[in-house]
Design a protein around this ligand. Structure first.
Ligand code: HAX
Length: 432
């Protein structure tokens, strides 16, 4: 048994006892109200679910199990997953142990490659990636145990096994999608003994003489791991999982949500906008040129990708972390310099545009600051990962850690089937 599994066996009884006590003592405490505007407005701010892995504070950003992201920015993804699940930092032995668990499970079945090679050449990489996860559903330990009959107390165990199987294979599948979709040559195999982030970097097959790209991948996979429970991908995975659909179904479904341009796909849109700006002005644009182009974009009815957020009201610490990496490693890169300059201009543009919107009777823009997607693309581009349409796959590999940690937790404490009540306009009018 892995040390992570043993740790979970020890702490899950505590989670269950805590949940039972909270329900007994505070079951009737009101968490939230929901107005008509919130019901139409994507339930923003309605507190209606529980998530222990991480928290997003509007004025602080991502906090993983009590640790603000920038205080733990050097974690490797193996450590991130352990922390997400247990709330504790693994020691070196536990980290190595998780690496060995991934090694045991990293082999991708041949039929996955057959399916990926058979897909249309112009398939979106996200569609390929999500399909690959779904096609492996027949491997699910959860489904096998469920079909044979198991007690609810055991639900988390095969969920844990499925989680490890999925996580171990995702870097290979994601790198394979890259090599197949963009004709980069043969699939590069997983290297036993190498960590999750560096393995993924290696299997993509880009040149990395000084190890900078592997370092970026560890950071990237750590930073995108989780963003509490209500975002589209986590919430979708949670809802599908609540029907006891196994983790292959639930994770693939969640990632289909990540593939939307208002969510994870924003990272491809974002670098696209930066490159468009550079093409238009023949290099790193001036602040005035950025201001003009940003207004032009907004007046054409488009969003400035990478800016704004449903919850955050400050600069996303993930953007700050990537920006620090850029200043440290690739300060002379023109794409990075453009991203950095856009950061000094766009918040003011959005503020001015928001005032114009309000005068015209529209909603204000709630947050003028960059989110995670504003800065990551420039770093990837620098290291030769130039295919924007691939970027959400990288995000997906990482976000699977958070979704799976949440699934295991939900199975362990027996979270109920999701079933909020919907109402129609007649009902709303009847309340007047
Ligand atoms: N550019 C232009 N308009 C923007 C905007 C931006 N960057 N951010 C918000 N707005 C607009 C909204 O479209 C909305 O307009 P309507 O009322 O006409 O529909 C209005 O301002 C109010 O929106 P909000 O309350 O500030 O923000 P929402 O919670 O509705 O939306 C979004 C949050 C992230 C979807 C939004 O800020 C956006 O579209 N940003 C650009 C896309 C992006 O960067 N997405 C990635 C977000 C991070 C993430 O999930 N990554 O996976």
């Amino acid at each position: 048994m892995s040390s992570l599994y043993q740790k979970l066996e020890t702490i899950i009884p505590d989670w269950r006892a805590e949940r039972a006590a909270v329900l007994k003592e505070s079951g009737s405490v009101e968490l939230s109200k929901c107005t008509v505007a919130q019901a139409y407005g994507g339930m923003r701010g309605v507190k209606g679910m529980v998530c222990e892995t991480s928290l997003v504070e509007p004025d602080k950003g991502l906090i993983i199990q009590g640790y603000p992201l920038l205080d733990i920015k050097d974690l490797w993804p193996e450590e991130t997953f352990y922390l997400l699940l247990t709330g504790e930092m693994p020691d070196e032995a536990a980290k190595k142990d998780l690496m060995a668990e991934y090694d045991k499970r990293a082999n991708v079945p041949d039929y996955v490659w057959d399916v990926l090679y058979a897909m249309p050449e112009d398939s979106h990489p996200m569609c390929m990636f999500d399909t690959a996860i779904l096609v492996m559903e027949k491997e699910s330990a959860f489904r096998e145990w469920y079909d044979k009959g198991m007690t609810k107390a055991d639900y988390w165990k095969p969920t844990y096994e499925d989680a490890l199987q999925i996580l171990a294979k995702l870097p290979s599948i994601a790198a394979g999608v890259y090599r197949i979709r963009y004709n980069k040559g043969d699939i590069i195999p997983w290297t036993p003994g190498l960590d999750w982030g560096a393995n993924y970097a290696n299997m993509l097959g880009l040149k990395d003489p000084d190890g900078g790209f592997a370092q970026l991948m560890r950071l990237y996979l750590h930073f995108h791991c989780d963003h509490e429970g209500g975002n589209v991908s986590a919430n979708t995975c949670h809802t599908v999982g609540s029907a006891l659909s196994d983790p292959y179904y639930a994770v693939s479904a969640g990632l289909n949500g990540l593939a939307g341009p208002l969510h994870g796909l924003a990272n491809q849109e974002c670098l696209n906008w930066i490159i468009e700006t550079m093409d238009k002005f023949g290099g790193v644009p001036t602040e005035d040129q950025i201001r003009d182009y940003a207004f032009e974009t907004l007046k054409a009815g488009k969003v400035i990708p990478g800016y704004g957020h449903a919850v955050l009201r400050v600069t996303d610490p993930r953007f700050t972390g990537f920006n620090q990496f850029g200043h440290e490693y690739i300060a002379d890169d023109p794409v990075f310099q453009t991203v950095d300059r856009v950061f000094t201009v766009v918040p003011k543009v959005l503020e001015a545009f928001s005032e114009e919107r309000v005068k015209a009777g529209k909603n204000p823009i709630a947050n003028f600051w960059p989110n995670v997607d504003a800065g990551s693309g420039a770093l990837l581009y620098h290291y030769g990962l130039e295919e924007f349409s691939y970027y959400t796959v990288l995000f997906s590999v990482s976000r699977s850690m958070g979704m799976l940690a949440q699934l295991i937790w939900n199975r362990a404490v027996g979270t109920a089937l999701t079933r909020p009540k919907s109402v129609g306009i007649k009902y709303i009018n009847s309340l007047k």
